[in-house]
Design a protein around this ligand. Sequence first.
Ligand SMILES: Cc1cc2nc3c(=O)[nH]c(=O)nc-3n(C[C@H](O)[C@H](O)[C@H](O)COP(=O)(O)OP(=O)(O)OC[C@H]3O[C@@H](n4cnc5c(N)ncnc54)[C@H](O)[C@@H]3O)c2cc1C
Length: 258
Amino acid sequence: MESRSHHVGPKVRDVNRAPAPKWQEGEVIGIVVETPETNTLKVRLSEPTGYLAGQYFNIRIPVEGRPRPIQRAYSVGSSPTEGLEVVDFGIRETEGGLVSPVLVRNTPIGTKLEVRGPYGDFTWQEMDQSPVLLIGAGSGVVPLKSIIRYALDKGTDVKMALLYSSKSAEYVIYDEELREMLSKAPWLRVYHTFTRDASDATAHYHRRIDKEMIAEVYGQLEPKLAFICGPPEMVEDAESALIALGMDPKMVKSEKYD
Ligand SMILES: Cc1cc2nc3c(=O)[nH]c(=O)nc-3n(C[C@H](O)[C@H](O)[C@H](O)COP(=O)(O)OP(=O)(O)OC[C@H]3O[C@@H](n4cnc5c(N)ncnc54)[C@H](O)[C@@H]3O)c2cc1C
């Protein structure tokens, strides 16, 4: 399966004018275990190209029994404000998958990976519209965290809200970092929903993201721009919900992890 992305909304400036990215070597220089199925790989690029918060790279690796390396898309979880040489990829193991289980379970520090990027216009910069609603499920939070970190580092005070679905507290990617950013950013709200733990009172909701939930968060933020990232079905349902609430479809950006 080839990775694809789907985009609506304004085109990216700057980075899209650069020449098409080429494959380069990236070395894994750090690993952070985020959840039982997700690791952050800190990858040092041999030829840092620059990127915008929310963009992704392709990673390709040799896979046993396959004549050619297999590539998949992975969003950058770090922000360009943290430096361009090392990028963080937040990778969730898809059971039975060809690439992600290798990246999560069998990619030690020192591994050399082939990476190519950046790609995508699922990006936010300080001159873009706000308030900003971010909706993510599972590893869909990766580019959304990059956007929040970017906004924080840039010293903006635009209103942002993250509606984030995880199985349970144990599966919240970037839990600690989200708390740290919340403590520094009075303009930020984070609404957790846990789909497999109905009793954890630290979550605002205990079900999958649905239109009633989106309407509640929407009503509190009144967003002008929205970013939705995660499994295709969730992304499509959330897009429809936001448009039904009155958002301009051009202001609803989405990234489907299919
Ligand atoms: C723009 C973009 C950004 C992304 N960013 C991230 C990110 O930041 N983090 C992240 O974790 N993911 C991200 N993804 C998803 C990622 O690209 C991969 O799709 C994901 O890691 C799964 O790849 P895989 O090779 O492990 O699984 P695949 O080999 O693609 O398999 C996926 C599933 O299909 C099943 N399958 C495969 N072949 C068959 C078959 N023949 N019959 C039946 N079932 C089959 C597998 O068992 C598995 O469950 C992103 C995707 C896109 C498009």
